[in-house]
Structures are given as C-alpha cells and as structure tokens.
Design a binder for this molecule. Structure first.
Ligand code: ATP
Ligand code: MG
Length: 361
C-alpha cells in the first residue's frame, strides 16, 4: 500500500521543543527518507478555534509563525504539502457524516480530551466543537488516506478514535477509508517532553515552553531557571534524576558527540548522571551543558527563520498553493465517501431510473 503522511499543529502559538522532538523532527526525517508517496502537513486553525472562538486574531496571527517554524526546521514545500485546515470545506463535510458514527459516551471517555477540558476549566461549558474535535481529526486524517500519523503520545486516543470511525464506516458502507497508524517517537522522553517547570507536558497553553524561535538569550535564561532536584542544595549533595527536567531534556537531545565537544571529562550521559547522583556535580554545570546541546540544534533553525522572515508573502504563497493541492485530494475522498453512502444522487443514474420505474408500474 502507498504510504501517506498526515499530521499537523494547532496555530495557538509558536512551536516549541515538545513539538520538535514529538513530531516535527521526525516529519523532516520521514520527508527526506523518500519512503512516503505523499506528505500533508496541516495548520489546524479550525481545530484551534474550537477552544479559542472568542479570539480568532490569535489563531490568525499564529498561522505564519507555525509556517515559519515548519520551513525553518526543514519541511520542504517541494516534498511536503503545507496547508491550512479551514481552507478545505471538504474536511467539515466529512466530519458531519462521521459524527453519526460516534456516540457521546465514546467521546466522553477520551482521556486526552478529558484532561484538556480540565486544563481549560471548561467544566460544564464545553464548546461542542471542542468536545467533537477527535471526530474532526479523523476527517483530517482520512481525507488524505493517510497511513501514517507522526505525533506525540497525547494524540494516541485521537488515532484510536479515527481508526474506529474508519472501521465503522467501512463496515456500514463498504470498504472506502484507510485505517491510519500513529508513529510515536521511539525515545519515550520525546513522546511527551515535560515543561521547563517540570510539568508533565511542555504545552503552549501552560506557558512552560522553550520555543524554536526563542533568542539565544531567552533559551539560556529558561535553561538556567529550569526545574531540577529541589533537594540538591549544595554541589556536594547527592542529586536525584527522578523528575529532574534538565536530565530529561538531556535524554531527549544529547549524544556522545556533545560530550566530546563540550564536556570531554565524561564519555556519555550515563557517566554524567552517575556523578550527579554521587554528589559533587552542580546544577549550573549541567544546565550550561544542556544549553550548549540545545543551541547546536536551535542555532541553524533560528538562522533559517531569519532568512524566511524577509519574505512573508512567499510563505503565504506556499500555504495557498498547498491548500489548493490538499483540497483536490480531500475532494476525491469526499466524493468516494458520498458514493459509498449513496448520497451522490445526481451522479447516480441507476437511482434516477429506479425511481422513475416505481412510478411507471
Ligand atoms: P495546545 O496547548 O494549544 O494544545 P500543544 O502545545 O499541545 O498546544 P498541539 O498543536 O496540540 O500543541 O500539538 C501538535 C503536535 O505536537 C502533536 O503531535 C502533539 O502530540 C505534539 N506535542 C505537543 N506537545 C508535546 C510535548 N510536550 N512532547 C511531545 N510532543 C508534543
Ligand atoms: Mg495540544
């Protein structure tokens, strides 16, 4: 079967290190692997509006930020189709039909939606659009017949929901849709990178992020004030790695080469960890090392972004072209869906003939 990727991000802010290790870095690798026939990368503005209905300007302003982050990380519009969700009405239409295949209680059980509702203090005032966004995500994925969805761990329940909708649709109306698979980072730390405050997930909505577009000074400031082991007061104290965000980030980002380059007194991360646990290694030294490791990754991204920022109309043009191309693809799937459901009345000559026959007899 042809391998096709669909994935994306909500334009609720600039992209951060969690997006990078959870999905974006992988996308670029997959894009350049040549193994995928088509790659669709979506800026999910319609989904972002489901919990930002009163602030469309925020979404509008962040579309360009996400696009700049994409391009500066190496997504290449020649190889990947970058598009804006709201520009494809076919996606909304698919959702309208998929909604009939999902129960309210099934949506209520979705653990990610549950925790997001809590985090947003929606309590009883949950917007219907937000509550049903897993269905809309199923539309986004199936519209492109995606086989592969590279995402962070928080998206697993969405993928499961999408797979259920596909199975239900195919068994009700005949084999039409493709069942997608999630591609979660192999490195567990990367599938849910914690925030700089030690919170379980780095998230735009929690304000605990290091952004790909942060300046060198900002990154340094954030790293130096990161959450470590609160009981590690003196350098000589033994330190704990449990919940120690600085070491979690090193797990996600550092390689043995970084030691050769910046901390040659250690061969690898295991040696550094052992020293920290023994005592005698200060947080500041570890944080300085982490900062150097992050800069290795971020400096080239930042430099490319500076170049791209000089021609914003060109970036919008990429999104416009991508949206037109993506729309053609979604329209084909929608036509197949309507044919399978037999609601393509005007294309169905047999139907018209049969209805006439009823009246002739
Ligand atoms: P919001 O708070 O607006 O939901 P977010 O920071 O959760 O924003 P999304 O746009 O919802 O970001 O997520 C985009 C992609 O990035 C998804 O694939 C998600 O799994 C992944 N992702 C987001 N945060 C992290 C993280 N901390 N670690 C790993 N992957 C992440
Ligand atoms: Mg999210």
């Amino acid at each position: 079967m042809k391998k096709i990727i669909l994935t994306g991000d909500r334009p609720t802010g600039k992209l951060h290190l969690g997006h990078y290790v959870g999905s974006l870095k992988r996308r670029v690798e997959l894009q350049n692997s040549g193994e995928y026939e088509k790659i669709f990368i979506m800026i999910a503005d319609a989904q972002a509006l489901t919990d930002n209905a009163d602030n469309p300007d925020k979404i509008r302003d962040n579309i360009i930020e996400v696009a700049l982050d994409y391009l500066s990380c190496g997504l290449d519009p020649e190889k990947s189709t970058l598009f804006i969700q709201s520009q494809l009405p076919e996606l909304a239409e698919l959702s309208f039909y998929y909604m009939n295949l999902v129960t309210v209680s099934r949506l209520q059980r979705n653990p990610t939606v549950k925790s997001e509702i809590q985090q947003r203090n929606f309590e009883t005032s949950i917007p219907v659009g937000f509550f049903t966004y897993p269905i809309s995500q199923a539309s986004d994925i199936t519209a492109f017949r995606a086989t592969t969805v590279p995402v962070g761990e928080d998206q697993l329940p969405m993928l499961e929901q999408a797979r259920e909708i596909v199975r239900k649709f195919n068994s009700t109306y005949g084999e039409t849709l493709v069942e997608p698979e999630a591609l979660i980072p192999e490195n567990e730390v990367c599938s849910r990178l914690p925030g700089t405050d030690g919170h379980a997930k780095m998230s735009k909505s929690l304000g605990n992020c290091i952004y790909l577009s942060d300046t060198e000074e900002d990154v340094k400031k954030k790293v130096m004030s990161m959450f470590t082991d609160p009981n590690h007061l003196k350098i000589t104290d033994p330190g704990s790695l449990e919940g120690n965000t600085v070491f979690t980030y090193l797990d996600a980002f550092c390689t043995d080469n970084h030691f050769a380059k910046y901390l040659p007194e250690y061969n690898n991360l295991d040696e550094l960890k052992a020293h920290y646990q023994r005592g005698g290694l200060g947080d500041v030294k570890v944080k300085r090392f982490l900062n150097a490791v992050l800069e290795d990754e971020l400096a080239p991204i930042r430099a490319r972004r500076k170049e791209l920022e000089k021609d914003i109309p060109a970036v919008y043009e990429i999104l416009k072209k991508g949206s037109i191309k993506a729309r053609e693809e979604a329209a084909k799937t929608l036509a197949d869906v309507k044919a399978a459901m037999r609601i393509n009345y005007f294309d169905d000559e047999e139907l018209i003939k049969a209805q006439q026959l009823k009246y002739n007899s």
